[in-house]
Design a protein around this ligand. Structure first.
Ligand code: PNS
Length: 147
């Protein structure tokens, strides 16, 4: 049986922290689908096509990793893909409350998968897509933070 996990997010843009989580997840699952939400409540800085293209380029040639989009509820997408888990990254305690709420709400919708939290390398604990966007917008260096 192939064990598939979904790694959902906005990826606006994908960071080296996201890639670190994907590679860690690959040790646990046979297949990971990196799923970009089309229905995020945040209005994205990069278009859907740009975000997909960044992900596809960064993950090109990595076996067992797919990139896709989804709309509507994550729990429906998990069912369609017959996935057994959703992966989310936890960088700091401040992430916990939102992630915990989302994991339990998702479990309420569909009890047939688990949310698995993975911690990135310490180098990435302070890294977020929103900070990357801001640094870039204001002319700072993002080398080493994004692929
Ligand atoms: O990278 P993000 O913005 O933290 O990702 C959040 C995301 C896209 C995983 C979350 O908003 C989501 O799952 N959206 C899909 C719609 C959904 O299922 N909402 C209910 C969540 S409890």
């Amino acid at each position: 049986m192939i064990r598939t996990a979904i790694y959902p997010g906005s990826f606006d843009p994908v960071t080296n922290g996201h890639l670190d989580i994907i590679h860690r997840g690959k040790h646990l699952f046979d297949r990971i689908i990196v799923a970009v939400s089309k229905d995020s409540h945040k209005s994205p800085y990069f278009s859907l096509e740009e975000r997909l293209s960044f992900l596809r380029t960064a993950l090109k040639g990595t076996p067992g990793i797919g990139v896709d989009t989804f709309s509507g509820l994550l729990t429906n997408y998990v069912k369609i893909q017959k996935a057994c888990a959703v992966i989310r990254g936890l960088r700091a305690v401040s992430d916990f409350e939102y992630e915990f709420q989302m994991a339990l709400m998702n479990r309420r919708q569909n009890t047939r998968f688990e949310t698995v939290f993975l911690m990135p390398d310490e180098r990435y604990t302070y890294l977020s897509s929103s900070l990357v966007r801001e640094i870039s917008r204001l002319g700072g260096h993002v080398r080493g933070l994004v692929p």
